[in-house]
Every structure is written in structure tokens, then in C-alpha cells.
Ligand binder design. Sequence first.
Ligand code: 5GP
Length: 211
Amino acid sequence: MNAPTRRGLMLILSSPSGAGKTTLTRMLLQDRALDLTLSVSVTTRARRSSEVDGIHYRFISRPDFESLRDRGELLEWAEVHGNLYGTPKRPVDDILAQGRDVLFDIDYQGAAQVRAKSPADVVTIFILPPSMSELRARLERRAEDAREVIDRRLDNARNEIRRWTTYDYVIVNDDLDRSYGDVRAILAAERMRRERIAPRIAGLVDDLLAD
Ligand code: 5GP
């Protein structure tokens, strides 16, 4: 394999449930030219009818989760809405080693853990809903969760929204296409950061100076 031309980055999108993060994630992954790979989390949450095991999550039992965690095979993990969620470490390391970028849909607890481990390689974006009533409407439209689950998610949303100050970028998702454009712009700029492209540019500069 050729040496990567730059370091891969970890692009973390977080938001309260229903703020549009899942749609943005799908749009990013469908754009093949962006060459983003989604980190598929493991979770002890029950699968929703629209979800496919191994694509949206790997759905596993609590004992299996605990054994992955205790063997150090998770890059980060957290309890969210009463369920355990975690990021398997190996697939992330493999993609980054190729100089390619990994996309994460994880919460603020996970974002903080990944940043603590690899501060230079992490870019975090927080997606805010335009209003709480819009957030509730989106959760109800999804209609996949029971009423008490929706109420719990709204309560948790208030707690999550307070975490916006710990992120690199914040997007208010009042227009999906514009938000998508904003995420792409952030990614494009972050990919060009000097620290990430330094090895390639150093060689070019040597050639320029020798010319
Ligand atoms: P949901 O149950 O709606 O799919 O996800 C609930 C929350 O868990 C979302 O905020 C999502 O970003 C977060 N989440 C999903 N996977 C992970 C993970 O692997 N680690 C952490 N820390 N949070 C996760």
C-alpha cells in the first residue's frame, strides 16, 4: 500500500435525538466522493424496525458489551438513555492508518473521550435543532419510539444541548441543505489543515526550493 498523503481525521457529529444528525450522516455517506467511513457502534439498545444489524449498529447483549469494554476493545463508550453504546477500536484504527477519515455519530461523552485520546485527529460538530417544538415534532414524526421514550429523549435533549460549548463547530439545523453544505465546508477545510498535510507539503516544498 502507498503511504497515506495525510493523516486521517475523526469527524464527530453529535446532537440531541431528532435534530437531524442521522439524516446529515446519511447524506455524507451517500456522497462517495467524500470517502467517509461510518464507525458502526455496538449497543445494548433494542433494534428499531427500520434498523439493520451491522449497518446502523451492532446490537449486542449487555454481557457481550461489558466483555468488549473490559478487554479494552472500545475506543469510547457511554450510557445514553439507559442503554450502553460504544465504538469498536480496531475498525477505526484500520481506516485512519490508510489516511482515510472516519465519521462518528456519538454523544458528548463519547466525543470527549475520543478527543482526550487523539486531540490532533478529532473534529467535532454539534447540531442544534431550531426549537424544542421542532425537536418534539421530529421525534413524533419518526413514530418509532413509545411516548415515554420520546419524553425521556426530550428531557435528555435539554441536558445534551448544554454541551454545545465543548464542540469545535455548531450548526443550527433549520435548513437541511444548508446544514449539509456547512458540514461539507468544515470537512473540506479541516482536511487542508497544515498539520494534516504537512508530510506531503514538506516534500513539495523541498522540490520547489531545489528547482
Ligand atoms: P439512538 O438510540 O437514537 O440511536 O442514539 C442515542 C444517542 O447515542 C445518540 O446521541 C447517539 O449519537 C449516541 N451514540 C450512538 N452510538 C454511540 C457510541 O458508540 N458512543 C457514544 N458515546 N454515543 C453513541
